[in-house]
Design a protein around this ligand. Sequence first.
Ligand code: PAF
Length: 299
Amino acid sequence: MLRFNTQSLLRTSIATMKAAGKSIGLVPTMGNLHAGHLSLVSAAKAQADYVLTTIFVNPMQFGPNEDFSRYPRTLAADIDLLTQAGCDAVFTPSIEELYPQGLDRQTRISVPQLSTLYCGKFRPGHFDGVCTIVCKLFNMTMADTAFFGLKDFQQFFLINRMVADLQLPIRLVGLPTVREASGLAMSSRNGFLSPEQLKPASGIHATLQHIGGCLRAGERDFPALERQALESLQAAGLRPDYFHIVDATTLLPASADSRKLVLLVAAHAGNTRLIDNLQVQLHGSDLPLQPVCPPRRLL
Ligand code: PAF
């Protein structure tokens, strides 16, 4: 596997591949790779001729009191995993390479309104940081297709909006969340969890499943279901930031007409902030007349 640290070496290699008619598949990551990332590499290998993974812990997407400095950095292990996975190249730039003018002078990309909802409300500026770095990576790599995990549902939605709004010539693929046996979504932050925090953390998925079941069974009182979910997260020993039932086609709060829903959640286990989601497809004809799901403790 090739490794580049600079934009100019990366661009030279990409230009050679493009000249040979090869399609480029991009897997943008912040490293500390796990099975979720490797599923993206594997999809990229199936759909592109040349697979490039980027590893860059992007300071612009972390708030001042967030975990940028302690975010896990495991480059040697990541390179081994990518080599075994058959990735063709990895781009591991420094902060100076990507932000030569410094963060404050960097032009930013901001998707209006939707960037301030849900995670954006609790992490102001986070999605501007994500969209800015992702757009720069798209430009530098000239990728034909980019692969993202759907655990970050809001992130994937916003990147799609950015690509549409800026008419960027790239195809986006979102892949299902890979989970531990407990249901906990794989995340680079799971390594921060103590053994005692792992069980409560799995309550996030259990809560999503339960509320998803209620919706599928015909419950339509969204505020009541959101309250019930927050209570069950708290009962599991978590500190939820939010639990929202959202229209998956607009990312706005679900309405009575919404048919494709996504349940979005963020909750803290100790000092570790975890996010997850569940997509729920409703079929109008299935609806019973009465609410059918009484509140229930999950753990
Ligand atoms: O999802 C991530 O790991 C990051 O937000 C991304 C897309 C690599 C941008 O830094």
